[in-house]
Ligand binder design. Sequence first.
Ligand code: GLY
Ligand code: MN
Ligand code: MN
Length: 451
Amino acid sequence: MLSQLEVHPAPPFPREVYAERRRRFMQQLGPNAAALFVAAPVSVRSNDVEHPYRPDNDMLYLTGFPEPESACLLLPEHPEHEYLLFVRPFDPERRVWVGRHAGVEGATRDYAADKAYPIQQIDQVVGELVSGRNELYFRFGRDLEWNQRVVGWMRQWQQLRPRSGTGPVVLRDPAVILHEMRLRKEAVEIDRLRKAAQIAAAGHLRALTEVRPGMFEFEVEALLDSTFRRLGASGPAYPSIVASGPNATVLHYTQNDRSLAPGDLLLIDAGAEYGFYCSDITRTFPVSATFSGAQRELYELVLSAQKAAVSMVGPGARYDEPHRRAVEMLVDGLLDLGLLTGSREENIAEERYRKFFMHRTSHWLGMDVHDVGQYKEGQEVRRLEPGFVLTVEPGLYIPEDCTDVPPEFRGVGIRIEDDVLVTETGHEVLTSLVPKEVSEIEALRREVVAR
Ligand code: GLY
Ligand code: MN
Ligand code: MN
């Protein structure tokens, strides 16, 4: 599996990809509008050490420009410059300490900006260039300084408008347009997502075939990390969850410091980020060679619910169909096992299953692991379209202290998660390389434990 994957870093897309996105975005703006996108802030880890920099996805999607302290201004139908970048000016000293950066020249040469300015000039340039427009598209974000700055500009334009006669009077959220675009994946994006899925699959396969009792959860995490990096991913798409035994009942467990005991199940929820696109896979398997009776019963139940949920994915299906189907299957199974009582209908209506299955079955997947895009259109749950990518990830989590279920079920957590692309005719499971059938898993685990 590892040897079959071609290893190469993910380059930016060809510049036409970004140009076409900007064109489609600008086409949908109101008349005489401008749009501003700003880079994600640098974030301090401790003292003078920063977190690894991760660019903002909206800005990346439209420009491919990955540097901090930058902004993109779009001025549709401007005769000379529709697309402007504001960037850190080139600084030879910074070149020595932190390496390459585009500078103003690189912003036009390598990123196709019609015009570029040092970021320090943005107040003056935006103040002038946007003062002739009626609307500004800007999304308030985590960077409070940018939010303040835009509020300041709006105030200034409001005050000047009586005499100048122009200036934005409306601030609009670009996400209404842009996140709809991001929800529908282009062919080049699907290639990236497929690769991110394959890389994550390789990591999960290594875990399945190398994990042994006595290892620590963090050793398994290291195995995943090294596989992701060796195959060209920038790293995990989110902190990997490596949860053994009762830790698997903690949904966002990331401590990863327990030693794996024989008889445990191990739940691994880990995805890779490749060229700014994410994968998100969960598998659950025994640390020993086989599932215990109770573990197997719960596992088979989650697996059948997951497969039934995946089968609901296709063009025209409601986004929540997979969840609805998974809930039905899980409730039926929990009733059969005696973990729930009463009728299917009342358990569903009163959401009693939430005691054991408390999250949703799906989310969009893309540049963000919980990707952008509306799940509802007005009051209506949205329907799936070709090019949408979503996860399907039902689970069951029986708390350790759940004294009203038989002891053999307590402290068991199981989730099975695949990434699914909606196609013209149905769906494609991007993560199908990682086994999930009991027989496949036990065959692999038997080999490991016998070694
Ligand atoms: N890994 C986060 C999720 O499954 O949604
Ligand atoms: Mn996940
Ligand atoms: Mn997920």
